[in-house]
Design a protein around this ligand. Sequence first.
Ligand code: 6PG
Length: 266
Amino acid sequence: MREDHQIRLVASADELSAAAARLFVTCAGEAVSSRGRFVVALAGGSTPEAMYRRLAEDSASRDAVAWPQVHVFWGDERHVPPTDEASNYRMADDALLQHVPIPSGQIHRIETEGRDAADVAQAYEATLRTALSATPDDWPIFDLVLLGMGEDGHTASLFPGSSALSDTSHVVAAPFVEKLQAFRITLTPPVLCHARAVAVLVSGVRKAKVLRETLEGPFLPDLYPIQLLRHARGMVTWIVDAEAASALTTGRPSWANRVSHPKEES
Ligand code: 6PG
């Protein structure tokens, strides 16, 4: 049983955003006080976006983060220009980054324009190794990786059946996603699993079935890629609202040591 993997159940999507914002603040405070900076990988998707907007608009959270010491990266990106409405960079910039004083040189978007996805991934891997790896051969270490979960059990851009699921030699991969008929750029499972902390944000009844399979079903990571987080070395916190948790039976999978409920919410 992992002592540092837990499920935090909250009542609503709004409380999920608030709880995720508080976790972001806590991780940032610990990282800056311990290491002088906070290195975070942002996710795409509507659930993370709601949390970014909460972080930007809630002064108690926003003003508790030492933004000048924050370094922002992305866990994945679509192979589109940064101005495209599908861009994860554009979404985070609009929801959060424009509203907080992070030095522009500390915002490291995945530079997708003008080259094929494999070259984009290779360039971003070099950026990460330079900025976050203790030595060129070490895995880059994030203080916090934010993740969402798709209805098919994907996370970041690690989709079911993807070759990236078994990639243990690259930091960043550029899989072609059949169901989307598009290339994606994504951190690989080892990078997610080497993070000091991972937060998975899951909201809505449409995620209920896949969340039950993910948390309580057999270990089938090719089918449910997000299950690869069971190998994560650091803290993994699933922040789940009541709708998404509505199909959970035991409420506590064998590999999670703790389930907290709204009344216990810190
Ligand atoms: C992306 C994300 C993706 C997302 C999940 C959840 O680029 O789309 O990285 O992994 O986090 O699909 O998205 P929702 O919160 O919108 O369901």
